[in-house]
Design a binder for this molecule. Structure first.
Ligand code: NAP
Ligand code: ZN
Length: 352
């Protein structure tokens, strides 16, 4: 039996979100049924609703992939969870489990494509997937994360996307005590990057186009702030960073950042920008063996590693909790970078 669920959906591309009643797929033997308590709002939700990425999106679209909830039911084959457990769900709810990527725990790079939490189709019954701006969700056990004790749940949801998307490059490029790390853009991902890089012992610099974020940036973990439009401040950090994580959501010029990479340094993009404009100048890359790379979220085991790390270090996102009725306003504010530093929807508001 499918399950009737209330959520908020965008009825078509670029349209405002509104209440929407829909069917979720049947519970299978290895599924966990989850009542959703909180869901973060990612800039990707705005890109998806607006169809910025030309993905043949499925509407009505219920966004949301920073999900915190409580287990309400489990299929007979589920061994790791029981009703009452606090759990999380991020950007993926399934993958093929068979390809080289899945076998390495890199489900986000599944060769057949991971099943995304929303705006995708279930691998077995082809029903559309709907995200976390809703009452309940059904997820394969393998893709359900355990939330460590002692964290304020309101700030945990963003770890499942903003957190893991910055954690994965920090780990892949082996950031540790004394590494020099730059972060471009202080939004949802940027503020998690500052916190996580700092907790790993790095010296952290924020590049921002917004004067006025300095004090916040310092309290989030930045040792240094560079206003990216100020040539003198940019020149002062030449040759400094082993890793720069670029979280800017829209096409922008990367060339001004390349001189600030150290020899062998990497600038890793996490925004899906499409073609770069202007194009990259290769000379500063060659003269210093520098790289420009990309990275997507993180695997399931790596996401659990991040959650455990955050449990040990008491790290959560800085959030503004909103009612679901205010989601359209929150999108407008997020577009203007007017959020400190992640909106999270309290799903109890769905019933009011
Ligand atoms: P966000 O909260 O809106 O933050 C983005 C920040 O980038 C802003 O706070 C602003 O920082 C800066 N910025 C915004 N617009 C800009 C522009 N036009 N030019 C230059 N700087 C600009 O967004 P988010 O939720 O952190 O997401 C960031 C990007 O990562 C989005 O594109 C999202 O889709 C993507 N993402 C990717 C993955 C992945 O797996 N690769 C996962 C999650 C999200 P300042 O004011 O400090 O400059
Ligand atoms: Zn996201």
């Amino acid at each position: 039996m499918t399950m009737n669920v209330l959520g908020y959906a965008a009825p078509s591309a670029k349209a405002a979100l509104a209440p929407y009643q829909f069917e979720r797929r049947d519970m299978r033997n290895d599924d966990v049924g989850i009542e959703i308590l909180y869901c973060g709002i990612c800039h990707s939700d705005l890109h998806e609703v607006n169809n910025d990425w030309d993905r043949n999106s499925i509407y009505p679209m219920v966004p949301g992939h920073e999900i915190i909830g409580r287990v309400v039911s489990v299929g007979p084959d589920v061994t790791r969870f029981k009703p009452g457990d606090q759990v999380g769900v991020g950007c993926m709810v399934d993958s093929c489990q068979n390809c080289a990527a899945c076998k390495q725990g890199l489900e986000q790079y599944c060769e057949k494509g991971p099943t995304l939490t929303y705006d995708d189709k279930d691998r077995y019954d082809q029903m559309p997937t709907y995200g976390g701006y809703s009452e309940k969700i059904i997820v394969r056990e393998k893709f359900v994360l355990r939330i460590p004790e002692g964290l304020d749940l309101k700030g945990v949801g963003p770890l499942l996307c903003a957190g893991i998307t910055t954690w994965s490059p920090l780990r892949h490029w082996r950031v540790s005590e004394g590494s020099n790390v730059g972060v471009i853009g202080l939004g949802g991902l940027g503020h998690m990057a500052l916190k996580l890089a700092k907790a790993l012992g790095a010296n952290v610099t924020l590049f921002s186009r917004s004067p006025g974020k300095e004090q916040d940036a310092r309290s989030l973990g930045a040792d240094n702030i560079v206003i990216s439009t100020d040539g003198e401040q940019m020149a002062a950090v030449n040759n400094k960073f082993e890793l720069i994580i670029d979280t800017v959501p829209y096409v922008h010029d990367l060339n001004p950042y390349l001189p600030s990479l150290s020899i062998n340094g990497t600038l890793v993009l996490v925004g899906l920008l499409g073609n770069l404009e202007p194009t990259l100048n290769t000379v500063p890359l060659i003269m210093g063996r520098k790289s420009v790379a990309g990275s997507a979220i993180g695997g399931i085991a790596e996401t659990q590693e991040l959650l455990n790390f955050c449990g040990q270090h008491g790290i959560t996102a800085d959030v503004e909790v909103i009612k679901i009725q205010d989601v359209n306003e929150a999108y407008k504010r997020m577009f203007k970078s007017d959020v400190k530093y992640r909106f999270v929807i309290d799903m109890a508001s769905l019933k009011s």
